[in-house]
Design a protein around this ligand. Sequence first.
Ligand code: ADE
Ligand code: ZN
Length: 338
Amino acid sequence: MNASLIDLVKGMPKAELHIHIEGSLEPELIFKLAERNQVKLAYPSVEALRAAYAFTDLQSFLDIYYAGASVLLQEQDFFDMTWAYLLRAKADNVRHVEMFFDPQTHTARGVPLAAVFGGIDRALQQARTELGISSALIMCFLRHLSEKEAFEVLEQALPYCDKIIGVGLDSSERGHPPEKFEHVFARCRELGLRLVAHAGEEGPPAYISAALDLLHVERIDHGVRCLEDPALVQRLVRDKIPLTVCPLSNIKLCVFGQMSDHNLPALLNAGLKAMINSDDPAYFGGYMNDNFVACFSALPLGREHALQLARNSFEAAFLDAPQKQRYVDEVETYFKNH
Ligand code: ADE
Ligand code: ZN
């Protein structure tokens, strides 16, 4: 392992564009919130819960992830979860975050959207002033539920629309293609929201094409299976469609056997606008810098790739042009000095 390269990637300014905030709930906080809210958990201890984090695919993870989120009831719970993540992001030199949350996971348990939006937004505001981290919030629809239910949660979220920059699509991918959500995404587009979707994580490259053609998304979350379709790769390169890649997630969910098998170098070398993200860091073995260290230790990646990853992360963000330029300048200054 090249120690100076590892130090370089740890210290460089970066943006995280693919983090499910419910996936940052560490077992210790799950137990603390369960006690505070009198929620009964299926596991007797923090250790027993952590030991259950042996996933075979996306669904085996989602079952535990939704159970973990059941401890979130009050505004303060959403604040505590989000603030804990932001402190970790700060330690990893994350300068800008675009954060997913799953409102339907909470409304299904009777939690008011006011508590969800209130707690997350309060933490993001505090991070702007106290940690110097800029941010935006992306509301995800759960694709294992119906489009009708997506419309219902969108309607309930309208009073909070100023708090979100866009919408996304997550949860069980296989069997739930993008076309299932064509109408609700069209409505979100009319509302002026930015659009992203998970595609090509477990699902085929055709789901990536459908997300672009039918949902009109601007970024693809994951997208690693695009390499199976050379014409699609050409299109993604030509149209500069960002791919929010999550390496440790892909290993934990068995998309790739081990990190040395990951296709991140191939994605970057093909000219794709990929960057590194943590997805669900409490479940997948780490936050941003854990992902960077795992990738740069196991894969043929060098200084040029590091610069590309940092630059891509800001260029792919939903920031206005001057803000983007300020962050890209910050990256370039960092590389001049290190
Ligand atoms: N929800 C949280 N993490 C997810 C992932 N990696 N894929 C799909 N849905 C998710
Ligand atoms: Zn994800």
